[in-house]
Design a binder for this molecule. Sequence first.
Ligand code: PMP
Length: 294
Amino acid sequence: YFNSNTILYLNGRFEKSADTNADLYGQSLHYGYAVFEGIRAYSTHNGTRIFKAREHFERLKRSAELVHIPFTWDINKLIKQTYRLLEINNLKDAYVRPLVYCPPAMSLIAAKEASIMICAWEWEAYLGHKLLKVSVSSFERPNPKSTPIEAKVSGNYVNSILATTEAKSKGFDEALLLDMYGNVAEAPGANIFIEKNGKLYTPPLGNILPGITRATVIELCHILDIEIIEKHLSVKDLKHADSAFFCGTATEIAGIASIDEYTFPLKWTETVGATIQRTYRSLVLEKQNYEVII
Ligand code: PMP
């Protein structure tokens, strides 16, 4: 992710990663009290473009506000500085990781100030390009009454690490977590869609992270005239579906081969998900008329 020449953005300045340090007495390290984002920049014919930069920085701000971390930065400036960061590090296709973290304090009182760091690196699709073998996790997503699930809070990701570790230890590629009512929620770092009879279904907002890719997929469905229904889905719905896919900034669109013992009957190339995958690619690469090149 970095070497001694990597430049980071830290509170308005660009610094060599080797010259920066983090405080060992910070609330962020001890309590997971930090918020972050995952953004992608793509090398397009219009130059390097950060996909939905504003939406991501706005979610970062909202995440901070939801857990009472002061967010004092101007979003337009942050976007400009992120472009500059990519330029300085000579990155064209990159994953961008902003992190808002808190100064030293051992108390459980909300922070009065915070720092922002942004780093970036080249990153392949997070779950690779093959169809995924997925397992329903024994871990549930956190109850939104315990922690704001719509905020990208660092501490929430212990749940994601536990689910991922469990799935991998059982020989699967990825986990699928249910919410506290036993409905399908999301993957450790991605949202899910299923296809049944040519229509797409996805869990509604409330018990999941409101994914920016999820919102993009819904927009694409409207453009492509694909019926999309947001509703609670059971594991049974999942295991009667024709196909399914995960979506997320790092993951992009990733087809799912199977859930536990159930293999989806449709060949991936013939699924609505495959159409969405091609269209999403055209969209992030800013290909003209992306809706007609599918
Ligand atoms: N759910 C979780 C738990 C995530 O961590 C992510 C990645 N941010 C997503 C869904 C997908 O969100 P997005 O499309 O905004 O990357």
